[in-house]
Design a protein around this ligand. Structure first.
Ligand code: LLP
Length: 416
């Protein structure tokens, strides 16, 4: 059992009420110290176990430039893993060096490729046909392809990004052909990337994945006579969403991955660098949503209405994802089972289903935990609801890092 790292913070009713008073609800709150801790942990572990390594933060998880800048202040060499021109823009706003960034598109347009190339961002291609299109746009010095090794793993099938059902990556059978094509076109520097799923807490899976990656890199190298500058395992480092989830032991995990690397590439100075593209593991547990109870209904089920619905946090409705929730202040004993729902006109609008929870009343504050990654980033405007505000918490000091959207903002582009 592990308690949430921000559990004590949520007990601070005075602080939480102050935040409600200043910015309203629902509000995304990010804890500075937790982000710093997460970045430092990966940075230090990689430095311990790998001769060469590089981190590209997965901007899709949360693209708030203030948070990107904070991450960069902890790790100045930080790059960004971008998957759209918008994510490139967020990295630029945050002063992240484009040459430290990787662009992983899928079914991207020529215009997307041109933007990444023009900024000097390193391209990771999802298919051989992307390379054909790249040739009509320009020729980079270095290229990598995304491998689909034929299996993958994620918390849910929907976030498993490799294997036979995945739309991503180049199937193992075709990967040599892709590199051959790039080599024939004159490219001399290569990497290989494999992002096979999100939310993995299983150490054995990581070993299995890296073993499969090395099987392919070795085969490609010997067949084509090329060598790899780097190998990226993508993101996918899991975080506990439940008290009973066992967190990854970074020392144990990365020492195993390092053994695998230097077993396959014994000459350390010429071995490929290990790249990691963390999203969830950097920002997931550092962010939560402060929400207010709007109404209680005893129907065939007991409902607690809150002002954060599926427009604010999509993960439960989209994947059936579980997010811990705490009543702000002293939690008290659970007194019943409730469905937590928002104001959205969809019956899938549930933040939690049949959740044991203490008694609450209208206006009580609720914290929805582990919403830092893919929370705000996947929020939307259904029912014409403006997006939430975002706040950074540093000790007891808070500051607005993105103002709440207004109804007028939503309509600002309309020709009425
Ligand atoms: N690199 C690439 C190329 C990716 O596609 C992703 C995530 C990452 C890195 C970061 O993965 P992470 O460290 O966050 O697992 N919306 C889902 C997660 C989808 C992940 C898609 N790609 C969720 O809320 O769980």
């Amino acid at each position: 059992m592990n308690t949430h790292p921000l559990r004590e913070l949520i007990k601070n009713a005075k602080l939480m009420s102050g935040i409600r008073q200043s910015y309203g609800t629902p509000t995304y709150i990010y804890v500075k110290g937790q982000i710093e801790h997460n970045v430092n942990r990966l940075k230090n572990t990689l430095a311990t176990y790998f001769n060469k390594s590089h981190i590209c933060y997965a901007v899709k998880a949360n693209s708030n430039p203030h948070l990107l800048r904070l991450m960069k202040s902890v790790h100045p060499a930080l790059g960004g893993d971008c998957s759209s021109p918008g994510e490139i823009y967020a990295a630029e706003l945050s002063d992240i060096d484009p040459q430290h960034c990787i662009y992983t598109g899928n079914y991207e347009s020529n215009n997307d490729i041109a933007i990444a190339l023009d900024k000097g961002i390193y391209l990771n291609l999802d298919d051989e046909t992307s390379f054909d299109r790249l040739l009509s746009v320009g020729m980079p010095k270095r290229i990598s392809f995304r491998l689909n090794p034929g299996f993958g793993k994620g918390t849910f099938s929907q976030i498993t990004t490799a294997g036979e059902n995945a739309k991503f990556g180049i199937p193992a059978e075709k990967i040599i052909k892709a590199y051959q094509k790039a080599q024939d076109a004159g490219i001399k520097q290569f990497g290989l990337q494999c992002m096979a799923g999100s939310g993995n807490l299983d150490e054995d899976y990581w070993v299995e994945l890296l073993t499969a990656i090395f099987y392919h890199t070795k085969k490609i190298e010997s067949k084509l006579g090329i060598s790899f500058d780097f190998i990226s395992i993508g993101g996918g480092l899991g975080i506990p969403y439940k008290d009973e989830d066992t967190p990854l032991d970074y020392d144990r995990l990365f020492s195993k991955l390092s053994n695998l690397m230097y077993h396959n590439y014994p000459d350390k100075p010429s071995a490929p660098a290990l790249w990691v593209e963390p999203g969830k593991s950097f920002i997931g547990d550092a962010g939560f949503i402060l929400s207010q109870v709007t109404g209680l209904k005893e129907s065939y089920k007991n409902f607690v209405g809150i002002d954060a619905g599926m427009e604010t946090l999509m993960r439960p409705a989209l994947y059936g994802a579980y997010h811990r929730m705490f009543k702000v202040g002293e939690h008290g004993m659970n007194n019943g089972s409730y469905d937590f729902t928002g104001p959205i006109c969809e019956n899938t609008d549930r933040i939690a289903i049949a959740r044991e929870f203490p008694k609450v009343k209208e206006d009580d504050l609720i914290a929805i935990m582990d919403a830092g990654a893919y929370g705000y980033a996947m929020s939307h405007n259904f029912n014409t609801r403006p997006r939430a505000a975002e706040v950074l918490l540093d000790g007891n000091a808070h500051r607005l890092i993105r103002k709440r959207e207004t109804i007028e903002d939503i309509f600002s582009g309309c020709n009425v």
